[in-house]
Structure formats: structure tokens, C-alpha cells
Design a protein around this ligand. Structure first.
Ligand SMILES: *[C@@H]1O[C@H](CO)[C@@H](O)[C@H](O)[C@H]1NC(C)=O
Ligand SMILES: *[C@@H]1O[C@H](CO)[C@@H](O)[C@H](O)[C@H]1NC(C)=O
Ligand SMILES: *[C@@H]1O[C@H](CO)[C@@H](O)[C@H](O)[C@H]1NC(C)=O
Ligand SMILES: *[C@@H]1O[C@H](CO)[C@@H](O)[C@H](O)[C@H]1NC(C)=O
Ligand SMILES: *[C@@H]1O[C@H](CO)[C@@H](O)[C@H](O)[C@H]1NC(C)=O
Length: 391
């Protein structure tokens, strides 16, 4: 189930300038006005409504806080700009739909974090990396620690693993600013944990075992990954003070373009998908054991909507029957199979093709969904998330 991405698009953190992006994300009405004509409007228009009705059910006076831990499916700018080759998300054509320039999201626009926040009726929390530039009010709404390339365990490229991201959260809570804000009420704390497979990509590339047995090595790694994930989930509830923890399952990894390109996007890789299913079954058992009454943990099922859009469409028809045209084919595709979306030659000439309308595609690049895909996936969980957080 490995994909190559973490091997090339990883490293740590550096200073950056995602302020425009964050300012827009923080102001949903402004963002939605800007987004009306950009092909992503349906989901965006909905967010003000979500904020007025749903989330207020839970805590009228208390504002909810969302703390995000995970990888590039959730990162909104924590993986800094380390150059075009390593951190594509800071270069064209990333961000062309939102915020209309590359700003650190691994998509043409919004990512999972934005849609979960929207479902909660709140603005996207500030990315840790740019916390110093955030509007003061925004720091009271939580923070995003997720970083592209991260895994539950180390993935070989210096990103903070989930455990290190939680360490960072706890250090901030213990720090002087938190105490000054007198902000110790944890009744409204929700964690979002997004694990999308970097551990398995790393294992399948030989990183964990030093031999390259591909998908079977990744599958052998599942118990180790899920055991460590269990420990971090337990810790979020028992030690970090989270009142609710929303955790995603794995999407059908074998449908990502990095797997399907070699057969011209005509079908998914069954073994990688079986691995994802096995991870998901193990994760369900973990949650059932940690929280039999389903009080604290919610499994956010992204697998089912991904599969609905991708698996039935595996013959790559262009017949427009579905929500997405050629759903296995990425919008942004490098000329060379070892290239990447955003690649340029020495003269600055693009070495990739771009589809006409990312709003009609499911995958943006060889691993990451488009904003339109995330919006469609979010339609399937909006009510579930809301009901869970209202209890
Ligand atoms: C996570 O990262 C920390 C800090 O780099 C490291 O000490 C720890 O061993 C890592 N945890 C796992 C499970 O790999
Ligand atoms: C990799 O494959 C070889 C030969 O098929 C096998 O002996 C070895 O145990 C495998 N390693 C892993 C980690 O699966
Ligand atoms: C969260 O609140 C509970 C009381 O509801 C308290 O016992 C716990 O220490 C708090 N945890 C943190 C990390 O603030
Ligand atoms: C791949 O699929 C596209 C669209 O169906 C088609 O136009 C193209 O010729 C195919 N390429 C190969 C190498 O089969
Ligand atoms: C908790 O959720 C799981 C998975 O959705 C479900 O199978 C189980 O019946 C639920 N348990 C309770 C006590 O509601």
C-alpha cells in the first residue's frame, strides 16, 4: 500500500508566510464570497448555515476548540517551504482554487481539516507554524499540528510523528501564554486525528525493514502502527484532556493515482486496498475496546465515501454519470512517472498537465484529493460529526 510521496515530499519545518491563507480560512464569510465562482462554492456556502444551527446545539456560550494531529490530508501549512522539489504544496498549481495561490495545503484548495471545522460550525484552526501571525481570537479556537509526510511512527524524514505533535500541544498548554489566557476549560476540546498511510508508504519503500517487499511489508507493519495509534488515542483522552476525539480510518490506498498510473488509471490495486481494510478493522477494534460506549471516540469513516466515488468508477469512463469524471485520474499529472505535480524544467516550463476543472476531479495529484473531493466526502460525515459533538 505504499506510495512514494513521503520519500520525496517530506522534511521538517522552516519559517513561512501562510498568513493570507490563514486569514482567509479564518473568515469563512469572506472566504466563501471569494469562493463563489471558483467551483467549490457548494460546500463553502453551507458553512455559515452550519455555524448558526448545528454546533451551537452543544455549548451555547463556550466556543469549541479543535486540535488537529496528522499528515498532509489535514495539514494547512505546517510543512514549510523547503523548495519546489520537496514541498510541492508551496508551488503552483497547488492552492489555485483556494486560497488562489500556493500556501501549504496539499490540494487545489481546502483539505479535510477545513471541512471538519466547517461541519463543527467553526473556522479552520490556525496552523501551529504561523500561530504568531494569527488574529488573537483565532488562538482560542484550537490549533492544527498536522504536517505533511507524518506518520504514527517515524517515516524517515523528520516530520513530527503523531506523538511528537501531541507533545507540542501539551507543551503549549503548559506554557505561559495559555495560563495568561486563563483558558483551562477543556470541556470544549475536540481532537481530530488524521492518519492516511505514510507509515505504510515508508514500510513498503523498505524504510522500516531495510528490504523492499512493497505492499506485503506494509501489511506486516499494520499491527505495529495500530498499536502505537491506540496508545496515542488513549493519551489524547486520558492525558491531554480531550473530551472528544474524532479519528479517520484509511482511504482505499490502492486507488490513489500513485498505484493506478501504471495501468492508466483503469483500476485499483487490490492488495493495497486489502491492507487498508485490515488497518480499518484493527482500528475499529481498538476504538471498541478503548471506548465501548462510544462516548469519547468517533471513527470518521472516509473509506466508505472514497470507495463509493472510486471503486465503481474503476474503468475510467468519461460518461459524466458520477459526481467526478475519470475519478482515478489525477487533475495534475507529471509528464514523467517519477515526476511530480508542479515540476518544472530548467527553463521554468511546466512538466505536468492540468485538467480543465479540478471541481470535476477526485484526485488532485498522485496522492491527494481535490477540494471538490473533500467537499463530497464531507457531505457524508457532516451530520455524524455534528450529532456526535452535540452529545
Ligand atoms: C516520535 O517522535 C519522537 C521525537 O522525535 C521520538 O522520540 C519517538 O520515538 C517517535 N515515536 C515513534 C513511535 O516512532
Ligand atoms: C521479503 O521477501 C523475502 C523473499 O520473498 C522474504 O524472505 C522476507 O521475509 C520478506 N521480508 C518481509 C519484511 O516481509
Ligand atoms: C480537563 O478537565 C478535567 C475536569 O473535567 C480535569 O480533571 C483535567 O485535568 C483537565 N485536563 C487538562 C489537560 O486540562
Ligand atoms: C489512457 O487512457 C486515456 C483515456 O481513457 C486514453 O486516451 C489513452 O490513450 C490511454 N493511454 C494508454 C497508454 O493506454
Ligand atoms: C459504538 O459504535 C460502533 C461502531 O459504529 C457500533 O458498532 C456499536 O454498536 C456502538 N456501541 C454503542 C454502545 O452504541
Amino acid at each position: 500500500m505504499g506510495h512514494r510521496l513521503p520519500r520525496r515530499s517530506l522534511p521538517p519545518m522552516m519559517a513561512s508566510a501562510a498568513l493570507l491563507c490563514l486569514a482567509m480560512a479564518a473568515l469563512w464569510p469572506a472566504a466563501s464570497a471569494a469562493a463563489m465562482d471558483d467551483g467549490c462554492s457548494s460546500s463553502v456556502r453551507r458553512s455559515p448555515a452550519a455555524s448558526s444551527s448545528s454546533s451551537n446545539k452543544r455549548k451555547k456560550q463556550e466556543e469549541q476548540k479543535l486540535w488537529v494531529f496528522g499528515d498532509s490530508y489535514a495539514d494547512t501549512g505546517n510543512l514549510g517551504d523547503l523548495g519546489r522539489e520537496l514541498t510541492h504544496a508551496w508551488y503552483d498549481p497547488y492552492g489555485q482554487t483556494f486560497p488562489r495561490r500556493p500556501a501549504g495545503r496539499f490540494s487545489d484548495g481546502r483539505v479535510l481539516t477545513d471541512f471538519v471545522a466547517s461541519a463543527m460550525g467553526m473556522p479552520t484552526p490556525v496552523a501551529y507554524k504561523v500561530r504568531r501571525g494569527a488574529r488573537p481570537g483565532m488562538l482560542a479556537r484550537g490549533m492544527n499540528f498536522a504536517v505533511g509526510g507524518a506518520g504514527v511512527l517515524d517515516t524517515g524524514n523528520f516530520q513530527r510523528n503523531i506523538s511528537a505533535q501531541i507533545d507540542l500541544f501539551q507543551a503549549l498548554q503548559a506554557g505561559p501564554q495559555r495560563r495568561r489566557d486563563n483558558d483551562n476549560n477543556n470541556n470544549t476540546w475536540t481532537a481530530l486525528v488524521v492518519v492516511s498511510g505514510n507509515d505504510y508508504s515508508y514500510a513498503s519503500s523498505g524504510g522500516a525493514s531495510n528490504d523492499n517487499n512493497g505492499t506485503s511489508a506494509a501489511i506486516a507493519y499494520i499491527p505495529t502502527v495500530v498499536r502505537e495509534l491506540r496508545e496515542q488515542l488513549r493519551r489524547l483522552r486520558d492525558e491531554a484532556g480531550m473530551k472528544k476525539v474524532v479519528v479517520t480510518n484509511l482511504h482505499p490506498m490502492g486507488c490513489t493515482p500513485v498505484f493506478t498510473r501504471r495501468i492508466n488509471y483503469t483500476g485499483c490495486d487490490p492488495l493495497a486496498n486489502a491492507g487498508a481494510a485490515q488497518h480499518n478493522a484493527a482500528l475499529e477494534s481498538v476504538l471498541a475496546a478503548l471506548d465501548p460506549a462510544n462516548r469519547t471516540f468517533l471513527l470518521l469513516d472516509v473509506h466508505t465515501p472514497f470507495a463509493a466515488f472510486l471503486l465503481d468508477a474503476a474503468d475510467d469512463r468519461d460518461d459524466n454519470n458520477g459526481r467526478f469524471e475519470s475519478p482515478l485520474r489525477p487533475c495534475c499529472e507529471s509528464f514523467s512517472k517519477d515526476g511530480y505535480c508542479g515540476q518544472q524544467d530548467e527553463d521554468g516550463k511546466p512538466q505536468y498537465t492540468l485538467c480543465g476543472d479540478p471541481g470535476r476531479r477526485f484526485y488532485w495529484d498522485d496522492v491527494h484529493p481535490t477540494q471538490a473531493a473533500w467537499a463530497a466526502v464531507a457531505d457524508s460525515f457532516r451530520t455524524t460529526v455534528n450529532n456526535f459533538l452535540s452529545t
